[in-house]
Design a protein around this ligand. Structure first.
Ligand code: PLP
Length: 378
């Protein structure tokens, strides 16, 4: 089992920083926007009201309820508290869904470039990953026909990450409709990773798989406060699914992590109550950072990169970086070791020849990092 490449690079970068080196970190998968000030009073309230004991396994009722309302009103879904499980981040929600559903040798169809953790999580649960490649010239989007071709009698699940880490692509409602059709035809459960739903740019509208109500018995939506509310450290995620599956996942959660920190759950509740303020604030800031990142990159590298439509990643070909090597791992190692710029190799996402840059850092840091990279690569 591979350690998560993003976590590994980030840890290496932190270690160099701890040694006193100036590190330009473009590897972290988080929006570095402060939202803590929204939650100060809640922390006092939690202590005053002695809300510091074990939480209910599936989550505090107020948050399960508010999370269902939040998704319903934001993305036109139709979930209740009973369809909602509060987990320790979206990551553990995905993990639990796979643990609940997979039998040995069950096949899980996923699309490359994929989020680094999917194949490893499938492996942990003794399933088999079936990977469908996509290409930049097709905006990294999967052709529903390719899903049909990848399907076998052992196929159980289809993981779709909309919007995508690492490519920044997102699917329209019409495109998702076609994917639902193929899933329906082949009895595939859709595990929809929607943790970047709040970072959709240029006034485009996000569609959740959860809004396809005629297939909702076979759809699981993984969500999170991490990116949408810039709350990565609080570790609160949500899974929306049919009630029988939520019950199984709740048992698994009870026998593994007991539940999600109760303090974090009250904070998440406050975040959701203020979602109409917090989410647009983060979205606007990330769109601004995207523009700064891409404009600066194009200028310094004499390139013509298009602006990613969603999430906060730019998946850049080694050719645009004028790299001397064809290995993304070699490139990232060298730029971190000698140039002090941290990025993540495309290979970790199942796509050689590309490097993932995060533009979640603050604008000045983005500019400084790109200047440092350009100088190093000169
Ligand atoms: N899914 C994708 C595609 C991600 O990029 C991440 C985090 O980087 C997650 C899920 C999990 O995030 P968290 O566990 O912080 O909610």
């Amino acid at each position: 089992m591979e350690a998560s490449a993003t976590v590994t690079i980030n840890t290496l970068a932190q270690a160099k920083k701890a040694m006193g080196e100036r590190i330009f970190n473009l590897s972290a998968g988080e929006p570095l926007v402060e939202t803590g000030h929204y939650f100060k009073n809640i922390l006092d309230w939690v202590i005053e009201h002695h809300q510091t004991h074990y939480p209910p396994v599936a989550g505090i009722p107020e948050l399960r309820n508010e999370s269902a309302n939040w998704l319903n009103k934001t993305y036109d879904t139709n979930y209740t508290a009973a369809n909602t499980l509060i987990t320790c981040g979206g990551k553990f929600g995905i993990y639990l869904a796979l643990q609940a559903l997979l039998n040995p040798d069950d096949e899980v169809i996923m699309i490359a470039p994929y989020w680094v953790s999917y194949p490893s999580m499938v492996e942990i649960h003794k399933g088999k990953s079936v990977i469908i490649p996509t290409e930049e010239k097709n905006q990294w989007k999967v052709d529903p026909e390719a899903i049909q071709k990848a399907r076998t009698s052992r196929s159980k699940l289809l993981i779709i990450n909309n919007a995508s880490n690492p490519t920044g692509v997102f699917y329209t409602k019409q495109e998702l409709e076609k994917i639902v059709e193929v899933a329906k035809k082949n009895n595939l459960i859709i595990l929809s990773d929607e943790v970047y739903s709040g970072m959709i740019y240029d006034n485009n509208k996000y569609t959740s798989f959860g809004s396809f109500k005629n297939y909702s018995d076979n759809i699981i939506v993984a969500q999170s406060c991490s990116k949408n509310f810039a709350m990565t450290g609080w570790r609160v995620g949500m899974v929306y699914a049919p009630e029988p599956l939520i019950k199984i996942m709740t048992k698994l959660q009870g026998q593994s992590i007991t539940g999600t920190s109760i303090v974090s759950q009250f904070v998440a509740l406050e975040a959701m109550k203020n979602s109409s303020v917090i989410m647009p604030e983060i979205q606007k800031e990330m769109q601004n950072r995207r523009d700064i990142f891409i404009d600066t990159f194009n200028e310094l590298f004499n390139a013509n990169l298009q602006k990613p439509a969603a999430s906060f990643y730019a998946f850049i070909p080694l050719t645009a970086l004028k790299a001397k090597t064809k290995s993304s791992v070699e490139f990232c190692k060298e730029t971190l070791d000698k140039g002090n710029v941290a990025t993540v190799p495309g290979l970790a996402f199942g796509q050689e020849g590309y490097v993932r840059f995060s533009f979640g850092a603050k604008p000045q840091e983005l500019k400084d990092a790109l200047h440092a990279l350009a100088n190093f690569l000169k």
